[in-house]
Design a protein around this ligand. Structure first.
Ligand code: CU
Length: 174
């Protein structure tokens, strides 16, 4: 009986030691690097978050969704230019993150779209973002909001991207 209770205590200690891992900010295999959101003008309905998603595991994963309390809903979008016309579409089935690889979410490419902003995103503030991965599960990050200037990422693409929540497109995406 004495031996039995002793091994029970050992087991309990092992479980207690293992549990903090489940509360860490990054998942076991996915690292979310340098996330940032672009500041939005007053009255903007949408915003965009960019980041680098690094897969440290030997198995492919998939970014399947996202949530934040600053917007009604979030979608993963891809911006493409076909014959000089910008198109934005939701990435069907989630964004593939290759094994041992990374995917950059950036202007003119993939981004996490914040739809139905509850307030403007102001430079210097942060917003909470939870990313949902098929295998790595939910990863929560704090996203700094950066002022938008043309020199930040230069070129027409970034400007088009910045505007794409305005006159262009997102209302049709539901
Ligand atoms: Cu978008």
């Amino acid at each position: 009986m004495r031996y039995l209770s002793k091994s029970f205590i050992v087991l309990a200690v092992l479980i207690a030691a293992a549990s903090p891992a489940s509360t860490q900010q990054t998942g076991p295999s996915i690292a979310v690097e340098r996330p940032y959101a672009r500041a939005t003008p007053a009255g903007a309905q949408t915003g965009a978050v960019d980041m680098n998603v690094d897969n440290k595991s030997h198995a492919a994963d998939r970014l399947v969704g996202a949530s934040s309390d600053v917007a009604d809903k979030l979608q993963i979008h891809e911006t493409t230019v076909v014959n000089g016309v910008m198109q934005i579409r939701e990435v069907a089935g989630g964004l593939a993150i290759p094994a041992d690889g990374s995917v950059k979410l950036k202007p003119g490419s993939y981004h996490v779209m914040l739809i139905g902003l509850k307030k403007p995103l102001k430079a210097g503030e942060t917003l909470p973002l939870t990313l949902m991965f098929e295998k790595a599960g939910n990863i929560s990050v704090t996203v700094p909001v950066q002022a938008m200037t043309k020199s930040d990422n230069g070129g027409d693409m970034s400007n088009m991207h910045d505007n794409h929540g305005g006159a262009m497109g997102h209302m049709e995406m539901k």
